[in-house]
Design a protein around this ligand. Structure first.
Ligand code: NAD
Length: 351
């Protein structure tokens, strides 16, 4: 008989969180999953339609910045673990509104840590798991990889806020003995991603025959990972990760933005039955993002060797699955791109 556990997942209505919630709800019937999310522009319960009726799933609407609310939730439910994904996650938004990133990513995380201390006192098996980004490591030149030992060197308000929250998690481990793990992952893509991020933005724009805004000269390089492979890694780290350890997660899949855009255009031409080269004509180079990091690349050897994780799909397979999903879920796209997002998009790209 597997033991019953109460697991709190924060940010479960967002892109990555929804895949983590679905995975935990369906794979672990002995877990009761609490999804805590305040439903910002990026949070969408439509992402979880297929699991919302599950008997081991509950949604709790609330803001992690509100310490009283957080303490209340923790006093009403004895959690055995926290998987913390709730965050402001978009670099461009962090440049226009850094404080909201400090509030959610730093203060919100510390509120969860404080509440966790109370529970961890009486539960030696408690674990606080912080989901973080490779952007905390700063930027690489042409060579080299980020490892778990790379010194932090964040460049954007977003990465500074995530670096800060990582530091707080480790400090709570050192100072108060709170059991924790952290993972730092590269760029995710896949179903349910809000269309302000590159891949869904470009899929959506190609469908609508709108320009594809590529920053600078398009030579920025990122490592890309299919979101379900990230969720699989999160599941492993949560269950097998060692207290106090950090795990880097990445796809060993580096792409220059411009090459990725060309690949996407080719796959979209195929999907739309258009002549190859049609979508490429939509590419438009736009003014660079300030403080833009040239290259991120993750060395995921540790999680591969120690926990046996590796990505399950190639980039092309993952992209095709993603494109299919956006085609089959036009209604989702219409809902999330109405209202506030349109105003933001117009300001951002002067469209
Ligand atoms: P997202 O923006 O899609 O989702 C964030 C979720 O958090 C949303 O549902 C939102 O409503 C919720 N949220 C925001 N502020 C909140 C608050 N104050 N209280 C409660 N809920 C709040 O983000 P994502 O891309 O799914 O990223 C999830 C996590 O993974 C983040 O911590 C991010 O830093 C990290 N991460 C993301 C990537 C990536 O490529 N997207 C890569 C590595 C790490």
């Amino acid at each position: 008989q597997k033991s019953q556990k109460n697991i709190l997942i924060t940010g479960g209505a967002g892109f990555i969180g929804s895949h983590v919630v679905r995975r935990f709800v369906t794979a672990y019937s002995n877990y009761r999953i609490f999804n805590l999310d305040t439903l910002t522009y990026a949070g969408n319960l439509e992402n979880l339609k297929d699991v919302e009726q599950a008997s081991n799933y509950s949604f709790v609407k609330g803001d992690i910045v509100d310490a009283d609310f957080v303490n209340n939730i923790f006093s009403q439910n004895t959690f055995d673990g926290v998987v913390h994904l709730a965050a402001e996650s978009h670099v461009d938004r962090s440049i226009t509104d850094p404080l909201s990133f400090v509030r959610t990513n730093v203060l919100g995380t510390v509120n969860l840590l404080n509440a966790s201390l109370q529970i961890a006192k009486d539960n030696p098996d408690f674990l606080f798991y912080h989901i973080s980004t490779d952007e905390v490591y700063g930027s690489l030149g042409k060579d080299g990889f980020f490892t778990e030992k790379t010194a932090y060197d964040p460049h954007s308000p977003y990465s500074a806020s995530k670096a800060s929250s990582d530091h707080f998690v480790r400090a709570y481990g050192e100072t108060y003995g709170l059991p924790f793990v952290i993972s730092n992952c590269s760029n995710n893509y896949g179903p349910n991603q809000f269309p302000e991020k590159l891949i869904p933005l470009f899929i959506n724009n190609i469908i609508q025959n709108k320009a594809l805004p590529v920053y600078g000269d398009g030579n920025y390089t990122r490592d890309w990972l299919f979101v379900k492979d990230h969720a699989k890694a999160i599941d492993l780290v949560f269950h097998e990760g060692i207290n106090g350890e950090t795990y880097n997660i990445g796809g060993f899949n580096e792409w220059k933005n411009i090459d990725l855009t060309h690949l996407l255009c080719r796959l979209m031409d195929k999907k739309l039955g258009r002549k190859e080269g049609t979508s490429k004509e939509l590419i438009s180079f736009v003014k660079d993002r300030p403080g833009h990091d040239l290259r991120y690349a993750i060395d995921a050897t540790k999680i591969n060797k120690e926990l046996g994780w590796s990505p399950s799909v190639t980039f092309e397979e993952g992209l095709e699955k993603t494109i299919d999903w956006y085609f089959e879920n036009q209604e989702w796209l219409d809902h999330v791109t109405s209202g506030d997002y349109l105003d933001y998009y117009k300001k951002q790209y002067q469209a």
